[in-house]
Design a protein. Structure first.
Ligand SMILES: NC(=O)c1ccc[n+]([C@@H]2O[C@H](COP(=O)([O-])OP(=O)(O)OC[C@H]3O[C@@H](n4cnc5c(N)ncnc54)[C@H](OP(=O)(O)O)[C@@H]3O)[C@@H](O)[C@H]2O)c1
Length: 341
């Protein structure tokens, strides 16, 4: 299977390592021989129609260089600014994988990469929430119209199969509502506050441990959880919604004293994303004994279904290898579906 890979950072490199470590198993169990024919990073691109050597590529990134420094069996390479995306996506390949940075304002550059890939008949896997949060209904329609598969398991819950659990394991049931903790950074900060820190100290600790960005606004003001909620609401509950339909607020104003009072009554505060008759992300009081009440960077989602009642799925919400494993799941599904055609 030939793959064009957009982005070669934490997740892109983890995916390359996963392919290297699983290559025999992928072939014997699923009949897949993945071949990455092009990689693009912020500065450059490289194409090798016979397939890029992933070990060499990883070594180049370890030395903090761009993929255009790669020089083994190269068909074409150059600066990203000079790249014609239409030409690149006309390459012979079955799949385009997008692991470029998320942009929740415009969705770019990922939105253009994905739409161009779809128009060129490439199946798409993305770990990037931005385009889906802003344009889920139209992207799904575009993919259907062009008869291609658009997969996005990694966008919600990192490696935890939250979307697949609801879509496949609860098939036939009617999911009436869902609520969840969709952002590990805010959950880590709130857990720290339960342990006695005030908001600023808890945030600084999250930054030191690498869980929060230098500008943590996307997480702590609720944007990231809102984007994931949009994806869940569309995919699991057939709501045709985008970011503008979510009412959201973050955790900046939560006080340690407020948290302490609730803890004494057996409750805590969590940033809860919910889809029922409303679509909202807000700090809520949650019983400490609620299965949703997970600690640290964990994510959890409770689905309220008509016949099976309430079911909660819990797991790590991020991490390079975890996210790469979700991309690999999508790739295997694409391979299986292509095999049926
Ligand atoms: N990390 C996680 O745990 C996790 C979990 C779930 C989802 N995700 C999502 O996965 C995506 C990738 O995350 P990450 O952690 O791997 O990010 P990252 O480490 O920042 O990597 C981003 C990659 O994209 C490249 N890039 C930047 N601008 C580009 C452009 N205009 N065109 C092509 N490539 C470009 C960067 O190039 P350089 O190498 O030159 O900088 C880098 O290789 C994001 O959308 C993120 O939200 C991440």
């Amino acid at each position: 299977m030939r793959i064009i890979l957009f982005g070669f950072g934490i997740v892109g490199q983890s995916f390359a390592k996963l392919l290297l470590s699983r290559s025999d198993d992928l072939y014997t169990r699923y009949g897949i021989k993945p071949r990455i024919v092009s990689v693009i990073d912020s500065k450059g691109y490289v194409i090798s129609q016979t397939g890029l050597d992933l070990e060499r590529l990883l070594q180049i990134k370890k030395n903090r260089k761009s993929v255009y420094e790669y020089d083994y069996n190269v068909t074409l390479k150059g600066l990203r600014d000079e790249l014609d995306i239409d030409d690149l996506l006309s390459l012979d390949a079955e799949c385009m994988i997008d692991v470029t940075p998320s942009n929740l304002k415009s969705g770019e550059p990922s939105l253009s990469y994905i739409t161009t890939a779809i128009k060129h008949g490439k199946n798409v896997i993305t770990a990037n929430k931005g385009p889906l949060a802003l344009a889920f209904p139209s992207l799904i329609e575009l993919a259907r119209y062009n008869n291609i598969m658009l997969k996005f398991s990694a966008t919600v819950g990192g490696g935890t199969p939250i979307l697949e659990f609801a879509k496949h394991c609860l098939k036939g049931d009617d999911i009436r509502a869902l609520r969840g903790i969709l952002n590990g950074t805010t959950n880590y900060i709130l857990t720290n506050m339960e342990n006695g820190l005030d908001f600023n100290d808890a945030l600084n600790d999250a930054k030191e441990k690498g869980y929060a960005e230098a500008d943590p606004s996307l997480d702590i003001d609720g944007y990231d959880a809102a984007a994931k909620l949009v994806i869940l609401a569309n995919w699991i509950m057939n709501r045709k919604v985008t970011m503008k339909d979510v009412e959201f607020s973050g955790i900046r104003d939560i006080k340690k004293e407020e948290m302490n009072k609730l803890l004494k009554k057996g409750y805590t505060i969590k940033l809860i994303a919910e889809c029922n008759d409303q679509l909202a992300v807000k700090p809520r009081e949650v019983l400490k004994s609620d299965p949703l009440c997970v600690n640290g960077t964990l994510n959890a989602v409770t689905f309220v279904s008509e016949h099976s009642g309430e079911l909660t799925i819990i797991g790590k919400g991020a991490g390079g290898m975890e996210t790469a494993s979700a991309i690999l799941r999508d790739l295997i599904e694409i391979r299986e579906d292509l095999g049926k055609i």
